[in-house]
Design a protein around this ligand. Structure first.
Ligand code: VAH
Length: 312
């Protein structure tokens, strides 16, 4: 039985649906700070992850054996509200790890390409390398990786995580991310036939389509622990592109689509501090990670699904 925090977020909302399909709706307790707008097709409880006691009460009364902690502020928001980000991202994580330790839960929380910084090798970024991020989000992610490994080695908590690249989805728009331009561009391509990118041409970042991200979480959590030489957190990626490349992929479907640029210095600085492409060998060797979608197949699916969603 699985409890999910941040279940109304960009990943959490789709992950909850996938877990309910796989393991049964009543076996997945969704929690979030906000109340769900639409109907939930399974148990839901309101939870502020900075309230550790409430988190533990909910997990215990639900009879959870697994905790998937997704509640966090993303990079751009964290850079604008660094202390709030520290308190929520780290306070929430400590509460989640303590709940997992107390109740002996299997544990997952994501890290990010944001856990790397300007001094990290930018291309084919290794699984084990220098991590000196220059954003509050990155500080939270590196501290989070170390804390999750600590709970594994010190207390034997079965903690696992992946470093997600930018995630692209059509269900729940992301909020406050630096890679969000790669989601916004699809909506604007259909709504206006053009997009003004806040990330500069030539800025490469790792990206992945949401279905691959959700499958990666399930595959890692179901992996044989004896085969895991790493825990927190595995590099995973599907593709690396810069804005003009995603525009070209869209133009194969919408020939008149036009991209121009109005660079946001703050989010550009964040993007510039991140790698251009990750090496995901460890994930494929230790638990069989393999992304199914590349830029063209993701673009075809995103546009088809968004056309339906937007009634285009
Ligand atoms: C962000 N989408 O932009 C998130 C993610 C790799 C980027 O961490 O903050």
């Amino acid at each position: 039985k699985i409890m999910v925090t941040g279940a109304l977020g960009q990943i959490g909302s789709e992950l909850t649906g996938k877990l309910r399909d796989l393991y049964g709706a009543d076996n997945v307790l969704a929690t979030d700070l906000r109340e769900p707008a639409g109907g939930q097709n399974g148990p839901f409880s309101q939870l502020d992850v900075t309230d550790g006691e409430r988190m533990q009460e909910l997990a215990k009364s639900f009879g959870a054996d697994t905790l998937i902690h997704m509640a966090a502020l993303l990079s751009a928001t964290a850079e604008q509200k660094p202390l709030l980000a520290w308190n929520l991202n780290m306070g929430g994580l400590v509460n989640a790890l303590e709940t997992a330790r107390e109740l002996n839960l299997q544990f997952f929380t994501p890290s990010s390409i944001g856990a790397f910084g300007p001094s990290t090798p930018k291309t084919n970024t290794p699984q084990d390398t220098l991590q000196r991020p220059t954003t509050m989000y990155g500080v939270n992610k590196v501290a989070g990786e170390l804390l999750c490994d600590y709970y594994f080695t010190k207390f034997g908590v079965d903690t696992r995580g992946v470093r997600f690249p930018g995630l692209i989805s059509y269900v729940t728009p992301p909020g406050g991310g630096t890679t969000d331009y790669a989601v916004d561009i699809y909506y604007k391509a259909l709504e206006e036939g053009r997009y003004t990118s806040f990330i500069a041409e030539g800025t490469y970042m790792d990206m992945m389509y949401m279905p691959d991200a959700l499958q990666a979480i399930v595959d890692l959590m179901e992996a044989d622990p004896a085969k895991l030489n790493h825990r927190n957190a595995f590099n995973v990626t599907a593709m690396s592109f810069e804005p003009s490349q995603i525009a070209s992929a869209i133009q194969k479907h919408i020939p008149d689509f036009r991209l121009d640029y109005a660079v946001d210095p703050e989010r550009q600085a964040i993007a510039d501090s991140w790698p251009d492409s990750l090496d995901a060998t460890a994930a494929s060797e230790e638990w069989g990670f393999k992304a199914q979608y590349d830029l063209d197949s993701m673009t075809a699916d995103m546009l088809a699904k968004l056309k339906t969603k937007l009634g285009k």
